[in-house]
Design a protein around this ligand. Sequence first.
Ligand code: 4NP
Length: 155
Amino acid sequence: MPAILFVCLGNICRSPLAEAALRAEAERTGLDVLVDSAGTGDWHVDCPPDPRAVRQAMRHGIDISTYRGRQVSAADFHRFAHVFALDGENLKNLRRIRPADGTAKLALLMDMVPGCEGRGVTDPYYGDEAGFAQTWDDVTRAARAIVAELSSIRG
Ligand code: 4NP
């Protein structure tokens, strides 16, 4: 089963929404995939997602209130086949955390979406509710692209 990890800064806004979007898309298409999310920072370890992220997922019928924050670790580069950074800053930090013998492929999430290569998912934490809708839009497009790619690999 492919294992995929999404990583942002706090693990309370963007990466939990990416996790939710991929879980939903995988379920919809009948794809078996292991999905998780984490943060490069440790401020929100064991915390539920931001209430605005919980509301955004709820608008799409997905309950993420039981998710809990955790910090990414070197071991994640052995546990997961793909580690997706939500933006360039987190990608840079992940390159530092990645152990020399880590097997995971590390990439920027929006590189999966044609036309969005090199673009980060904007951090909605300091903005308003509309930012979370934009985050949902981005991570949903990426989740669809990931599922399409995994499905094509599996034939
Ligand atoms: P996230 O957003 O990386 O999308 O979860 C943030 C959440 C919290 C903080 C920064 C970004 N913070 O500084 O606490």
